[in-house]
Design a protein around this ligand. Sequence first.
Ligand code: UD1
Length: 422
Amino acid sequence: MSQLVVMGNTSLKGEIKASGSKNSVLPILAATVMIEEPVVIKNVPELRDVQTMISILQQIGKTVSFENETVTVMPGEILVGNVPYELVKKMRASFNIIGPLTMICGWAKVGKPGGCNIGQRPVDFHLKGLEAFGFRITEEHGDVMAVIPNSFEKEIVYALPFPSVGATEQLMTTAALMEGSTITIENAAREPEISDLQNFLNACGAQIAGASTPTIKITGVRNLHGSEYSVIPDRIETGTYLLGTIATKGDVKIHGTRSDHLISLLSILEEMGAGIEKGQDYLHAFWKGPLKPVRISSEPYPGFPTDLQPIITAVLATVEGTSVIEENVFENRFGYVDELNRMGARIKVSSSHANICGVDKLSGAEVVAPDIRAGAALVIAGLAADGETIINNVTHLFRGYERFQEKLRTLGAKITFYPDEE
Ligand code: UD1
């Protein structure tokens, strides 16, 4: 099993550059299925999840190259509407391919994603939305089969029961090619990645308006054309390094980032008493004395991001007083708390709340990373702790953080990956 060994009592100090957003590039790559001209996507992070999406595009018949942070997707001669579960199970965002693929092939069969370590994560909103668009959806042997209708209604309105990021992306992308139809998605997710997808699709000729508000309107067009597009910086990666800096009493500047995408985190950090400097395209975090405990609720954007919930918990574990975290997006996102408690944290979870009673110092221990963000939280806890922390099952981290060890080492971390370097 893969392991990271992290030496404690390390302050992160220095400068790094933010990578491109994983959660932006995945739905953008899925959308390229609908574009029958070359598409060039820049600022793409080298991550396992990006490789998985590229493998899916290749499997259905696209020719794809990836070098120097640039992915080029060339049109395939014949696209196959079949994506096996083998590929979907590696990454849930693979399911975002079903709508675009159905638009191009007339049908698509895609493995249905199972649950994961942070919750059940069904895809019912994706499927109900596609049904509202007129698609015929059936399920058999663990696959979802979608078939395009003969024609689309002129006016379609679908209200999401919850502002799901993935379902908003799926439906917005699919609708882009529904010529003759005007589609309204209500209660849409407002994450910056939704605006990035809208901007990408519009750069390819789509007519979409309203991303970053709860109502997105799409006027379907006949074709999308090729374009060159650069994805936004990864706000969750930036947030992770800002929190790592504060947890380790460090001083780090992150270049090429967007503070307007991190408003809720930055206001919490200021409330805690952390030093934050917001530049034109950088963020600078620094320790300026003891931190204060806080109450945080994770919410859909613009609320506090659920993906940073485990990471801020690792910081609050050593903040004097009692902090409270409420998780409102996923039902099972405190699975890592027992691992932090093995390191000496005093955190009690009851249903969707965690009560964190700050201790002076954590102590290095052997722990297991249940998912990407929890893995990052344990690394940060290990950097701040006394002694050595061994984190098992860390391959998750390479799904979500580009050059994770390299960036941490640039900031002074002593960190080793076993069995081999990534
Ligand atoms: C995306 C992000 C993930 C982030 C999450 C919430 C990507 C690749 N991943 O995941 O990092 O943690 O947004 O910000 O962008 N739900 C349903 N039915 C559905 C869809 C969702 O019940 O059909 C529920 C989920 O179980 C969850 C909530 O809605 O409780 C939010 O999920 P969603 O916003 O869809 O997350 P993802 O798009 O999977």
